[in-house]
Design a protein around this ligand. Structure first.
Ligand code: UTP
Ligand code: MN
Length: 493
């Protein structure tokens, strides 16, 4: 057999003076196979800068062997050829995802199942569905064949959000998104073999539904006094999980108790409480179109030539939603400055706003860009509002129309978000505001982990080239990210 291949002199690397002293005991080695030499060099250097021990050559010191797009079998045969009987049982075989997450965390992160290399399946363990692991690599329409599974898991996700367990919430949301893309209804857990994002906890819930017709965990959560109170209280516009939790600890569980408590409410919360029923009724597509006409009229009257685009769930083809989202821009950079104030005055003068709060654009590329952690908070000029929408007859079913007449209801309150973007950031704003929330989160995770880029609703920054990547359409952004283009109707993850 040929001796161990020596690609480069290891001397310079081992004693190189640019090397930060190692801060962690793990000895890492990145496999060039399928990763490519330049990416391997780049990632290795990045690791060393962060104080990781990343070896240039494989040796028996290596504790963590990291590879990309390799199966466990492939790496094992490579390893056997290197060590030739010198025992390599101790080496962890990990996916590059573990490495990039560790870079991000600035320390070796805990090894999860998803970080370990996939075993190739035997013929009798057929994988039925092949689903890529990031939601932004998948086409998710509104069609869902597995609502009996996704409903309880979504409820558990919602509960985790309401109790501010972010990590758990995301795990549930990811599992839901995987089940949503399956082309048929799952009848047996064995069909789920090989699917990403379905850990122990998820499978327990799924098994429960398949075997017993319902998830006991979801049922007991739904029935719990705390969940009900959190849902009721956060149903008030302007009330988040933190405030709801504080009120519950003070013995406030419902709206009557809140009204009786004498709690001071801010302006948003007062409006939220006043219009509680309207705001908790789904907004229909017809409502959204009616609001669009009004916003169009306001924008045209204040700045002819400006464009408005319906974003959010309605752009993805949903027939109902909790609010209506609009993105406004002007084809000439700078003309959009000051527009929001004018739109709001126009709407107010016509008595169309029940509440509004406008925040100024605080984005400055030189300050905010790449250094900021990926987040879905953006800094556009934005108006959070409650519209007073005049009811037009004939919109609902006969019963609904009867009901409205009885209430003598001539209008309803609707939550509307207006966002103004400069044209140079428009494509990013459109992509960011179209959602779904999970789709956006997954896009940012893909950008960060797989491409070493930072994506926001303002810009895309390439960390390895230290520069901004410009784009004037969503298609271009997907291309820059190395992803197939997914149209809005297939972003319903
Ligand atoms: P929504 O919360 O309105 O969600 O945010 P939605 O998909 O339209 O759902 P419904 O039908 O109203 O319930 C729309 C998109 O805007 C982004 C979110 O990430 C989501 O993708 N968004 C929202 C922001 O980027 N920033 C915000 O402050 C709020
Ligand atoms: Mn929305």
């Amino acid at each position: 057999m040929v001796p161990l291949k020596r690609r480069r002199s290891s001397v310079a690397v081992e004693t190189g003076s640019d090397r930060t002293p190692s801060r962690f005991p793990q000895v890492l080695f990145l496999l060039e196979r399928k990763m490519g030499a330049s990416r391997r060099t780049f990632l290795s250097q990045l690791g060393r800068k962060k104080g990781f021990q990343v070896e240039e050559e494989f040796s028996d010191r290596v504790t963590h062997l990291i590879s990309e797009n390799n199966s466990a079998d492939e790496v094992r045969s490579w390893l056997e050829a290197q060590v030739r009987g010198r025992g390599s049982a101790e080496v962890q075989l990990l996916d590059v995802g573990w490495y990039t997450e560790s870079m991000r965390a600035g320390r070796p992160v805990e090894i999860q199942d998803a970080h370990k290399l996939q075993e190739e399946t035997n013929e009798d363990e057929v994988v039925l569905f092949s689903v890529p692991s990031y939601a932004c690599q998948r086409r998710t329409t509104l069609e869902n064949h597995n609502t009996s599974l996704t409903d309880p898991l979504s409820l558990l996700a919602e509960n985790a959000e309401l109790t501010e367990e972010e990590g758990r919430a995301v795990a549930f949301r990811r599992a839901v998104a995987v089940l949503k893309v399956l082309p048929v209804a799952v009848t047996d857990v064995s069909q789920l073999r090989g699917l990403p994002c379905l850990g122990e906890h998820m499978l327990r819930v799924i098994r429960d539904v398949l075997e017993n017709g319902a998830s006991r965990e979801a049922q007991s959560t739904e029935g719990s006094q705390r969940f009900k109170a959190l849902k009721t209280l956060t149903g008030i516009f302007g009330v988040g999980a933190k405030t709801a939790d504080r009120w519950i600890r003070e013995g406030i569980y419902d709206l009557d108790q809140l009204r009786a408590s004498g709690q001071t409410l801010n302006r948003a919360q007062q409006a939220g409480l006043e219009h509680y029923d309207h705001l908790n009724e789904p907004v229909t597509r017809a409502d959204a179109d009616a609001i669009a006409e009004i916003v169009e009229a306001a924008v045209t009257s204040e700045l002819p030539g400006a464009h408005i685009t319906l974003t959010g769930g309605f752009r993805r083809g949903k027939q109902s939603g909790h609010d209506v989202d609009f993105l406004i821009t002007h084809p000439e950079e700078g003309r959009e400055v000051g527009l929001m104030e004018k739109i709001v005055s126009w709407l107010e003068s016509k008595g169309l706003l029940l509440y509004q709060k406008t925040t100024r654009n605080s984005y400055l590329e030189s300050k905010d860009g790449p250094g900021r952690p990926a987040s879905n908070m953006d800094r556009f000029e934005r108006c959070l509002s409650i519209f007073k929408l005049e009811e037009r007859g004939g919109g609902g079913t006969e019963e609904e129309e009867e009901e409205k007449k009885k209430e003598d209801r001539r209008w309803r309150a609707v939550r509307v978000d207006l966002v103004v973007s400069p044209i140079s950031q428009f494509a990013f704003a459109l992509l960011g505001w179209t959602g779904s929330k999970l789709f956006e989160r997954e896009l940012r995770r893909w950008a960060g982990h797989e491409k070493l880029m930072s994506l926001s609703s303002h810009a895309l920054y390439d960390n390895s080239k230290s520069k901004y990547l410009r784009a004037s359409s969503e298609e271009e952004i997907f291309a820059l990210l190395g992803l197939d283009y997914i149209p809005p109707s297939e972003r319903n993850a």
